[in-house]
Design a protein around this ligand. Structure first.
Ligand SMILES: Nc1nc2c(ncn2[C@@H]2O[C@H](COP(=O)(O)OP(=O)(O)OP(=O)(O)O)[C@@H](O)[C@H]2O)c(=O)[nH]1
Ligand SMILES: [Zn+2]
Length: 216
């Protein structure tokens, strides 16, 4: 590991049965942490083979890991302005099948926060795209930092991972932080009338989301 990565420790781990509105159910081992660099209450959900124990020997390859950025509107309320809710649902099921961790990262609004995200939505309704709106508010296009995610994975003994994401920045930052990313496994693309502009803006940032070719 990167010698500069501050050590975090597991604070508590508990088993939580999960059931989604569509009936899909599984069990998660939920971890909280002490020592995360940004002091936020990030969670790791151990799923599938990884429910049982820390630092288990995983013989079937690296754990599948989704660093999922919090989106209250999409994850909880089913907002159609983005694709976060379906990605979260897909992530839990795929990780439960493969074995791994879903990191629920408290980086709402790509790191700018919930109120600022709503401000950005208002600007988008006035014609700006999702990135231009952030900049108009004085924010970066994407302010997310994955140091806490790297700390969590190191603490869980998952320093070699396959990432479930369409966002190469997540892999690049984690590699920079000392993790080994064996591959990036793309998530599905969830297109709706309300999120078409959002997905098109993401697709236009080819370096970020190269595999959204059919979104116009
Ligand atoms: N600032 C801002 N944040 C948004 C907007 N729409 C969604 N988000 C936030 O973006 C984050 C999700 O990022 P996405 O770009 O959809 O996906 P990603 O995490 O980069 O990549 P994937 O791993 O492929 O899902 C969540 O924190 C959402 O709250 C928006 O219009 N403006
Ligand atoms: Zn969202």
């Amino acid at each position: 590991m990167d010698e500069g990565l501050p050590v975090a420790t597991v604070r508590t781990q508990v088993t939580v049965p999960l059931r989604f509105p569509d009936g899909y159910a599984t069990t998660a081992r939920v971890f909280s942490f002490d020592g995360l660099v940004d002091g936020r209450e990030h969670l790791a959900f151990g799923l599938g083979d990884w429910v049982g124990s820390l630092h288990r020997q995983h013989t079937d390859g690296p754990p599948l890991v989704r660093p999922h950025s919090e989106c209250l509107t999409g994850d909880v309320f089913g907002s159609q302005r983005c694709d976060c809710g379906p990605q979260l649902r897909e992530g839990v099921e795929r990780i439960a099948a493969a074995g791994g961790f879903l990191l629920y990262l408290r980086q709402e609004g790509r790191g700018i926060g919930l109120y600022a995200k709503l401000d950005a939505y208002a600007l988008q309704d006035a014609g700006l795209d999702t990135y231009e709106a952030n900049v108009a508010l004085g924010h970066g296009e994407d302010e997310r930092d994955y140091t806490a995610a790297a700390q969590m994975l190191a603490t869980l003994g998952a320093e070699r991972v396959a990432l479930l994401t369409n966002n190469p920045d997540k892999a690049e930052q984690l590699v920079q932080l000392g993790l080994t990313v064996t591959e990036c496994v793309p998530t599905g693309v969830y297109l709706s009338p309300a999120n078409a502009g959002y997905l098109a803006a993401k697709a236009s940032r080819a370096a970020r989301t190269p595999d959204l070719p059919f979104v116009r």
